[in-house]
Design a protein around this ligand. Structure first.
Ligand code: GDP
Length: 298
């Protein structure tokens, strides 16, 4: 994860080793190198600009600490700024006062939405919840079956339209699932919605219709981190088309660069809530900005 960025930053820091106080020239050269590292990592330009602005300002202004040499001081500043750009605090789920808490997932096909639904269900069950998975992706013939397979692996029941009921109406399924959850003591409902391969007005409208029908407590935008800056464009389109409260980043295990992770919070103003790091259901956790920054600088 983020190996390319890690390596680049490590070499920037090592060039500072052995230096006494940093000159203006040192600061500018370091900022330039960090800028290049971020651009190579596919971080969005406005994010890079702000990040570098902060680094320079703080490197110039920071009290010279006796405990840290200049290289350590720059690492400390970069670490703190990385944490900020990744969202600062860990964002927890906001549970509804009156259950069930309704969590709706939105995102492109292939983003890892269905897998994430299962991971989230398993994780929630581990936190003493009683989740229900809802198959509101009725676009692809296989989507319902796929969610049922995931639900079985996660040990979570799946609410789906009865087989042979024709095409089915995802809004009706989503609405009915809430009543089903109330009757069967599920305190969290996770609704998997239909995605397409690209941005599509009909897909957005369907997600917006489900949103209006069930007023979710949390809408999570699920996005594949490996698509880099495209993630930022997709994130913006979903923000305009459906709106969401937080982001779930998937496939971080295959992302050597980190551009999506480092850009998405700043560009969308929405926190990253979950990180998915593999195909197995247990490869999943809340997103911790400080741990992620630590991994980048490890
Ligand atoms: P959906 O179309 O959005 O529902 O996406 P799926 O859940 O079907 O996932 C698409 C593919 O990505 C599947 O082959 C998953 O196994 C894989 N996948 C999902 N999440 C991750 C992840 O975090 N890491 C990796 N390496 N693969 C993932």
């Amino acid at each position: 994860m983020f190996e390319t960025l890690s390596d680049r930053l490590t070499s920037v820091f090592s060039s500072l080793r052995g230096k006494g106080r940093l000159s203006e020239e040192d600061i500018n050269a370091t900022a330039r190198e960090i800028r290049l590292a971020l651009l190579e990592a596919d971080v969005a330009l406005p994010v890079v600009r702000e990040f570098i602005g902060h680094i320079k300002e703080r490197a110039r202004g920071e009290e010279v600490s006796k405990a840290l040499n200049p290289a350590q001081q720059v690492i400390k500043i970069v670490n703190e700024e990385l944490i900020q750009i990744l969202g600062g605090e860990t964002r927890e789920i906001r549970f509804a006062k009156n259950p069930p808490t309704v969590i709706m997932l939105a995102g492109l096909q292939g983003s890892g939405k269905t897998t994430l639904a299962g991971k989230l269900a398993r994780w929630l069950a581990g936190e003493r919840n009683t989740p229900l998975l809802v198959a509101a992706d009725l676009q692809r013939p296989n989507a319902v079956t796929q969610l049922q397979v995931v639900g079985e692996r996660a040990g979570t029941p799946v609410f789906a339209p009865e087989p042979g009921n024709g095409v089915g109406d995802p809004v009706a399924v989503a609405k009915a699932s809430i009543e089903h959850a109330e009757r069967n003591n599920h305190n969290v409902v996770i609704i998997d919605t239909a995605g397409r391969l690209g941005i599509d007005a009909e897909m957005m409208q369907q997600a917006a219709d489900i949103r209006d029908a069930v007023t979710p407590d949390e809408i999570l935008f699920v996005v594949d981190a490996m698509i880099g800056q495209d993630a930022v464009n997709t994130a913006q389109a979903f923000l305009d088309g459906v709106g969401y409260d937080a982001v779930a980043l998937t496939k971080l295990d295959g992302d050597a660069r980190g551009g999506a992770a480092l850009s998405i919070r700043h560009i969308t103003g929405r926190p990253i809530m979950f990180a998915s790091t593999g195909e197995k259901l247990e490869d999943f956790d809340l997103f911790h900005p400080d741990r992620m920054a630590g991994r980048i600088l490890d």
